[in-house]
Ligand binder design. Structure first.
Ligand SMILES: *[C@@H]1O[C@H](CO)[C@@H](O)[C@H](O)[C@H]1NC(C)=O
Ligand SMILES: *[C@@H]1O[C@H](CO)[C@@H](O)[C@H](O)[C@H]1NC(C)=O
Length: 226
């Protein structure tokens, strides 16, 4: 009937909500794409060559050479669509050991800075993370996909239980949806019953009124008069 149809559509909506959440969720688990927004280097390490070759590298991945970055104290801004972008992908629960380096022809490459790069570093709503090291570099990264992970961390910028947290959010959302749907169904049922009762009461009162009137007038059933 009508009621059953409502319940069924409620369950369907709940199911859709859950699958939406779950479809969205693995995107965070797998990896979020990180691009370089801007970089400024404050020094070069190579003494002989005036033109440094600066590259970004995460352990176990390929080097990404930044072909334009040649001068110190110059701000290089990028669109995120350059041929060498994106820089890397950051998984949800695991940080990567990454850094900016300068190629060195004689000895091993020089390090601007090397650090644990985590999705949870992206805590501001604009999806940017500034990595600054005194006298070495100032780099701004862009990762809008990282933000929901980072900003929700109550345990601080270091990676805690990001996945746990998200799982919790999903479970709570599902629970809230269930409660909401059940609540709506119950409220609707209640409202229907109330309406029916009120209608019945009104009918009864109507008959009572008619009876009262008949008694007062001292006549038989009103229908006889009419
Ligand atoms: C790294 O570079 C090699 C050779 O250029 C390429 O075959 C490989 O797919 C690259 N790996 C990644 C993760 O981009
Ligand atoms: C680093 O660069 C960003 C973006 O250009 C800038 O907003 C910020 O003030 C810089 N920070 C420092 C310490 O230079």
């Amino acid at each position: 009937m009508h009621m059953r149809w409502r319940v069924r559509s409620g369950v369907l909506i709940l199911f859709l909500l859950c699958s939406l959440f779950l479809g969205w969720f693995p995107g965070f688990i797998s990896a979020a794409t990180v691009t370089l927004d801007s970089i400024e280097i404050f020094k070069t390490h190579e003494l002989l060559s005036s033109e440094p070759t600066v590259y970004f590298h995460c352990k176990g991945e390929n080097k990404t050479v930044l072909p334009d970055v040649k001068k110190k104290h110059a701000l290089y801004a990028f669109k995120g669509e350059e041929s060498w972008q994106p820089l890397t992908k950051l998984p949800d629960m695991k940080c990567k050991r990454c850094g900016f380096y300068e190629e060195d022809r004689i000895k091993s490459d020089d390090v601007f800075d090397e650090w644990e790069f985590c999705a949870s570093d992206f805590t501001t709503p604009d999806g940017k993370y500034i990595h600054f090291k005194d006298k070495e570099l100032n780099a701004t990264f862009f990762c809008p996909e990282c933000v929901p992970l980072g900003s929700d961390h109550t345990s601080g910028p270091n990676n805690g239980g990001g996945g746990m947290h998200w799982a919790l959010v999903v479970v709570i959302s599902a629970l809230v949806s269930t409660v909401f749907v059940l609540g709506a169904v119950t409220a609707y049922k209640y409202w229907q019953r109330r309406k029916r009762e009120q209608e019945q009461a009104r009918f009864l009162r109507l008959f009572e009124d008619v009876d009262d009137m008949e008694d007062e007038l001292g006549i038989g059933p009103l229908s006889n008069v009419i």
